[in-house]
Design a protein around this ligand. Sequence first.
Ligand SMILES: Cc1cc2nc3c(=O)[nH]c(=O)nc-3n(C[C@H](O)[C@H](O)[C@H](O)COP(=O)(O)O)c2cc1C
Length: 192
Amino acid sequence: MIELPNSPESTNLLIGVTGSVAAIKIPILLEKLMNLPLNIVIVGTNHSFHFFDLQEIKEKYKTVKIFTDDQEWSSWKQMSDPVLHIELRKWADIMLISPLDANTLAKISSGICDNLLTCIARAWDLQKPLLFCPSMNTFMWEHPVTSEAIRKLETWGYTLIPVVSKKLACGDIGPGAMAEVDTIIAQIKSLV
Ligand SMILES: Cc1cc2nc3c(=O)[nH]c(=O)nc-3n(C[C@H](O)[C@H](O)[C@H](O)COP(=O)(O)O)c2cc1C
């Protein structure tokens, strides 16, 4: 049995989080999203959980559900059981991938689906909005593989929330940092 938040008259927002240092902003992003009429589910990659405290989020926001790769497998025992990534794909009205790191960007753009987040993206309904917020070091950002991948996502109708230029966590200065949280919130607000 997979229980998902289902307050009536709220939009179902699925937040994908990947292993970029910008995942430290998840608590502030959530705090601001809680003011909107949203049912929220978070799906994080294993690396994403290095950057924010899963337990703290669970305790602070009882209505927010967080799923990890482990649950994809522990929730399925036999043929009649629901498959978590398909249930989440059906449940979500909007998917926001924030931050989207270079690795998962490359995987999604080429159809690789080797964890819960990329399986949801692989099965995504192109009629529903998918917004993505890249976040990476300037060297990664400027490599041609990045713009190729982003272009591909945009041709599928996904919405790029552009990176900003600033001093990055590694000390370098340049483009590649995730959009400001308020920019992301404004995009979500326009959809709910
Ligand atoms: C401290 C640290 C910070 C990182 N920050 C970023 C980042 O901002 N952007 C990025 O693309 N990769 C970053 N990485 C590399 C990713 O974590 C790595 O590619 C990882 O395999 C991503 O896995 P995932 O896409 O499954 O989350 C960072 C790695 C470390 C150790």
